[in-house]
Design a protein around this ligand. Structure first.
Ligand code: ATP
Length: 336
């Protein structure tokens, strides 16, 4: 099967530039499906051979049947899942890179927690009810929202006050670990059965990353100041080498357990979102079972991909390489 007969497609957002560039580098044709008004980056950076403009994300459903008849593989990312919704993503007919069944285990915090726990990963405590709050706690709303509206609390009373504007919304109460946030990017190949580390990042968020620039007195004077976690960008990180063995164990354990819970398990890119506490304990508070935007600083490769590849290797390109290897070895059925 000729790679150039195939198209790699994604939704115009999140890590689309990287995915499309990687696909082009591997010899695929590329397609970006883009909401009208959001197409400028894909016109400016010439990584898409074709741009399909849609009026609403739900219109993706309308073109799905048509694309399903072609040699087109859709690469999922967080925006696809957030904008279209997990149910609709599951129903898409077009070829899809990844295991759709894993989506539920990622988005349902209870299933996610059970998965990580089974993998032997250290987790922050979680509280079933606000009455249990007895330490710094982060209040999270359902669905990946880029941290929007999450807030901190440390008592039941304070929680009752702060939750008022979010009446009726489902929330999740998790112990807030004060430490260094580190997001680890992995890739697992079902073809070679090998796990790779692609890099690490930390997030640049508004306003939490700005609060340290204001004196404590100013913070106290600004009585209505609330910490928020709106994601704005990602910053590359190289971690202490002695943390790598545990990072590798965590990644492998997550893959191993996933095979038992949703065969054939998790594959392709994924990310463990972690906090390293001052005592060097490593907690994971979330898993993303797909490419994360934290890989975007590494479009030309990372310090880690440099060890394994003699060419620039982004996560987007690695996805395309996997599909190419699947095509060449007639094992595409293991990937889509
Ligand atoms: P996504 O699903 O896209 O990863 P999100 O909206 O679920 O994003 P999180 O990444 O869970 O957001 O969290 C937002 C911010 O809160 C990040 O800065 C993260 O490091 C921090 N954070 C989340 N959980 C904890 C925790 N238990 N302890 C300390 N910090 C946390």
């Amino acid at each position: 099967m000729k790679v150039s007969d195939w198209t790699i497609a994604t939704l115009g957002s999140h890590s689309a530039l990287q995915i499309l560039k990687g696909a082009k580098d591997e010899g695929f044709k590329t397609l970006v499906i883009c909401l009208k008004g959001k197409e400028k980056p894909y016109q400016m950076f010439k990584v898409a051979d074709r741009i399909i403009l849609i009026d609403s994300y739900q219109d993706l459903i309308k073109i799905d049947q048509q694309l399903a008849k072609t040699k087109t593989v859709l690469i999922p990312h967080a925006s696809l899942i957030a904008y279209l919704g997990e149910d609709k993503v599951e129903q898409l007919k077009m070829k899809y890179f990844g295991n759709k069944l894993i989506l539920r285990h990622e988005s349902d915090r209870n299933l996610e927690r059970a998965w990580l726990k089974k993998a032997g990963i250290k987790l922050p405590k979680f509280f079933k009810t606000p009455a249990e709050i007895d330490r710094p706690t982060i209040v999270k709303f359902h669905g990946a929202q880029g941290g929007r509206n999450y807030f901190l609390t440390s008592s039941t009373k304070d929680f009752a006050k702060k939750i008022k504007p979010f009446k009726g919304q489902a929330y999740y109460l998790q112990e807030y670990i004060i430490g260094a946030p580190i997001y680890a990017h992995y890739f697992y190949s079902p073809l070679t059965k090998e796990l790779e580390i692609f890099g690490f990042d930390k997030r640049y968020e508004s306003n939490v990353d700005a609060i340290g620039r204001i004196s404590v007195q100013d913070q106290l004077d600004l009585k209505s100041l609330q910490t928020s976690y709106t994601i704005c960008g990602n910053i590359p990180v190289v971690i202490r080498e002695s943390f790598l063995p545990l990072m590798i164990d965590y990644g492998q354990a997550v893959v191993d357990v996933s095979k038992k819970i949703v065969s054939p398990g998790l594959f392709g890119p994924f990310c463990l979102e972690m906090i390293i506490a001052p005592d060097s304990q490593i907690y994971a508070f979330e898993i993303s079972a797909r490419i994360v935007a934290g890989t975007n600083p590494f479009v030309a490769g990372s310090p880690y991909t440099y060890f394994n590849y003699d060419e620039p290797m982004s996560t987007g390109r690695r996805i395309a390489r996997e599909i190419k290897n699947g095509l060449k070895s007639d094992k595409l059925n293991l990937l889509i």
